[in-house]
Design a protein around this ligand. Structure first.
Ligand code: SAM
Ligand code: SF4
Length: 316
């Protein structure tokens, strides 16, 4: 019991979610996330699947009951299947994956056999040429198809769209229609001041309230109830779309945050906006309790302004 209650911090935040970065590597080059020629970590710097699973298992013993794997691009991990299988064996309420979708088609049958049934796909444009400009790859068709395939196979699918002024903000209603047509939840993300996106942030940034206003010009938004620690606020629309808004910049949710992060190198972090953390690689389980207390004290109560480290290195 003691081990379960330790994950409440001094401000009453009950920590029960963990974002796990499997790798910093990625096969896309989204301009707001990584440079064209990034330097990825050598594989020796990354946790092995055994190390990663041991850490996640220990953290599950302290009350983590929701894990989402991310990256970089998590499906590029050579241990992707072993990790998902291992995580599926933990006593979790929810296991999810955030992916760019490029390799997803070949993994869906495997994933269907696991407890990982929640898949968030990043799709910043419904126009091929524009998608190619944002991701600096030529994979629109493949990703678009992966969204529909995941849906057809019965996964809980969400599409993540980072809304970028002058780049894809004229597609907001196209995404609303996409949601209604395919019964897929679309989440509009505010661009965060992280790494590459610090440059030109004020030019590219679109606040969630503006996105909502634009949708309300042609639809009525009906609020949906969400958990207190939800990062998004959600609506259905009169046309049957399901939309969510992640207003990390304009309406930060720090005071309800229930998440820790584990980087691919084994660092346990308290906040996406801070490089502070403690490395758990090789740390015996007896030391976890003290480390968790230390990490929880690192959790800011209000929003830190920006972070220089790029998103793909943090684990989005
Ligand atoms: N590669 C996978 C993907 O793209 O889904 C997982 C990692 S990616 C870093 C996770 C999510 O973070 C993606 O939806 C991406 O669009 C989002 N993201 C990256 N940089 C961001 C930023 N500066 N502000 C808001 N979202 C960002
Ligand atoms: Fe890769 Fe995801 Fe970053 Fe795009 S957002 S470069 S797909 S890690």
């Amino acid at each position: 019991m003691e081990s379960r209650s330790i994950l409440a911090d001094a401000h009453g935040r009950q920590i029960h979610k963990l974002r796990v970065q499997l790798t910093d590597a990625c096969n896309f080059r989204c301009f707001y996330c990584m440079p064209l020629t990034p330097r990825f970590l050598p594989s020796a710097a990354l946790l092995s699947s055994t190390e990663l699973l041991a850490i996640c298992s220990a953290l599950a013993g302290y009350g983590i009951d929701e894990i989402r794997v991310s990256g970089g691009e998590p499906t590029l991990s050579k241990d992707f299947e072993a990790i998902i299988e291992g995580l599926s064996g933990l006593p979790l309420r929810k296991l999810g994956l955030t992916t760019n979708g490029f390799l997803l088609e070949g993994k869906l049958d495997f994933l269907k056999q696991t407890r990982c049934q929640h898949i968030n796909l990043s799709l910043d444009s419904l126009q091929a040429q524009r998608f190619h400009e944002i991701t600096r790859t030529k994979n629109f068709k493949k990703v678009y198809k992966a969204v529909l395939q995941a849906k057809a196979k019965g996964f809980q699918v969400k599409v993540n769209v980072v809304v970028l002024r002058g780049i894809n903000d004229d597609e907001i209603m196209d995404f609303v229609r996409f949601s209604a047509d395919h019964d897929v939840e679309v989440r509009f993300l505010e661009l965060m001041k992280i790494g590459c996106s610090n440059q030109n942030h004020s030019l590219n940034f679109v606040p969630a309230r503006e996105i909502i206003k634009r949708i309300e010009e042609s639809e009525i938004l009906l609020p949906q109830s969400v958990n207190r620690d939800s990062t998004s606020f959600n609506f259905t629309t009169t046309s049957g779309a399901r939309v969510g808004f992640i207003a990390s910049e304009s309406q930060a949710f720090c005071s309800f945050c229930s998440r820790l992060r584990l980087t691919a190198t084994g660092q346990l972090r308290a906040c996406i906006m801070s490089e502070a953390g403690v490395n758990l690689r090789g740390v015996p389980r007896e030391e976890y309790q003290g480390i968790l207390k230390t990490v929880l004290k690192m959790k800011p109560l209000s929003r830190l302004d920006h972070i220089e480290q790029p998103m793909y290195q943090i684990g989005g």
